[in-house]
Ligand binder design. Structure first.
Ligand code: FAD
Length: 450
């Protein structure tokens, strides 16, 4: 039945594959980063589009035929929130054009563009944007979540660097939302994450001159050295210039397999000397801390920072997130003795702006953030290990509870308690989001919240 229904949509869009067709399973799996969830849900169809007009046609078709619509940018959400049972998965990944206005320091980009190709194209014009830390994160959901990326300590959250957003509403209307026009949609699109109730198709970005260089310093220690490092780490973070990104990562060391703390401190600058100075407070850790291998400092182009943040894809995943205003050393102490059951799993304690919280827009749905974000990422291969890995994520999350001030909507596990969503917004912002959704999407066409 659904297959016949979707025949009518085929001439209007780039590609529509409905359940039961030979390519359907492959297509459904391909559009979702988390392999644990890729195989567990099935929409009625996956529809790929090449333009806002095709998005509008899909939305009108869905409304007429009683399907819900779930926009998908890059499919990286840890809970695979774009992948639902039933309805249309609207794949926006091919909307990836980049038009740069170098003089105006702006660009209009399709939502599907990924961080690395965007950075490369901007760098060729001498420009930059605070893209996400991993190479393949699409701007789409990243910016709608808020977006805490490279050099966000200097430039603010990604959503603080957007002037206007093109989107298609539940009524099938194509609009350009900004602070002056459709201001409520613009407010919601900057931070609502999986709670957004329209399909964004393009972002009008504010850009920055490309930093001359970045500098990164990295050292690994035995996790048992956390007590020797904690106060020093807190003091070094306080001493580093605002904007220096301080990352403290717990995982199985790549050479020895030992449960390790990896410190990675990075900064951008107009010269190598300037960038190197910003990480200087970290380069002399207490000698009593047991190092694994040698520390390493390197200058690298802004576009190569991605290489410092590899995350394997094709894994089964469980993740969660906490914001905290506690000192980095205290957070390290809270979680350092909880090794993961899988070698690919990590706990990432990241003070994106060092001792200064990342700037967020004054008037946007992104209303909860903090000085430091702690991402808990369980990654493994064998379905038989699902429960032990998910239990580890919960255990680390519980250890962070005394320090938690909120959660990031882009990484928190919103599939757990229903109250989780309320931890991602101020009460006023969540009430405003709900009210706007009822107004702009009264029939609940868009599938919101995982
Ligand atoms: C490897 C990896 C690295 C990451 N690094 C960072 C990081 O450095 N900083 C950070 O802030 N976050 C980071 N994240 C989290 C990231 O912000 C989210 O996973 C985000 O959802 C990715 O965007 P996406 O387009 O792939 O989302 P999708 O999975 O495609 O969608 C997520 C949700 O947003 C909605 N959505 C997506 N696009 C649109 C749209 N155009 N219009 C309307 N709704 C839409 C979907 O309906 C869905 O509910 C990372 C995630 C991964 C897996």
């Amino acid at each position: 039945m659904a297959r016949d229904t979707f025949k009518a949509l085929e001439p209007l869009v780039a590609r529509a594959i409905s359940a039961g067709e030979a390519e359907f399973d492959g297509e459904r799996d391909r559009v979702t980063w988390n392999k644990r969830l890729a195989l567990s849900r099935a929409p009625d169809a996956v529809v790929a589009v090449h333009s806002a007009e095709e998005v509008a046609a899909t939305i009108r078709f869905a409304a007429a035929n009683g399907f819900k619509v779930s926009p998908r940018g890059g499919g990286h959400n840890y809970q695979a929130s774009a992948l639902r049972d039933g309805g249309i998965l609207l794949n926006l990944g091919a909307l990836n054009t980049v038009e740069i206005d170098r003089g105006a320091l702006t660009a209009r980009v399709g939502v599907g563009i990924q961080g690395h190709p965007l950075s490369e194209q901007l760098a060729a014009a001498g420009l930059a944007f605070p893209v996400g830390h991993c190479v393949d994160v699409a701007l789409s959901g990243y910016l709608i979540n808020g977006g805490f990326g490279w050099n966000s300590g200097e430039w603010g959250a990604a959503c603080a660097n957007v002037e206007a957003i093109e989107m298609v509403t539940a009524a099938g209307e194509i609009v350009l939302a900004s602070a002056d026009r459709h201001a409520e949609l613009f407010w919601a699109a900057r931070g609502a994450g999986p709670g957004f109730f329209a399909a964004a198709t393009a972002f009008h970005l504010k850009l920055h001159p490309l930093p001359a260089t970045a500098y990164a310093w990295r050292a690994a220690f035995a996790a048992s050295s956390a007590p020797a490092l904690a106060d020093w780490l807190t003091a070094a973070t306080a001493a580093a210039p605002a904007g220096t990104e301080v990352g403290c990562f717990l995982f199985a060391h790549w050479d020895t397999g030992e449960h390790a703390i990896v410190l990675r401190v990075s900064a951008c600058g107009d010269s190598e000397a300037e960038a190197r100075d910003k990480v200087a407070p970290f380069v002399s850790p207490p000698p009593v801390a047991r190092k694994i291998g040698d520390a390493k400092g390197e200058a690298l182009p802004f576009t190569e920072l991605f290489k410092l943040s590899p995350m394997p894809s094709g894994k089964r995943v469980a993740a969660d997130h906490a914001w905290s205003d506690a000192a980095v050393g205290d957070l390290l102490m809270a979680v350092h003795d909880l090794p993961a059951p899988s070698a690919d799993s990590t706990v990432d304690i990241v003070a994106f702006g060092g001792h200064t919280p990342v700037a967020v827009p004054r008037d946007a749905a992104l209303t909860v953030s903090g000085g430091t974000g702690v991402g808990i990422y369980g990654l493994w291969d064998d379905p038989a290990d699902d429960e032990v890995n998910r239990a580890w994520v919960r255990r680390v999350d519980e250890a962070l509870a005394p320090y938690r001030t909120g959660r990031y909507v882009g990484e928190a596990d919103l599939t757990l308690e229903p109250g989780r969503r309320a931890e991602c917004f101020t009460p006023d912002a969540l009430a405003r989001l709900d009210a706007l959704r009822r107004r702009y999407d009264p029939d609940g066409l868009f599938a919101v919240w995982p």
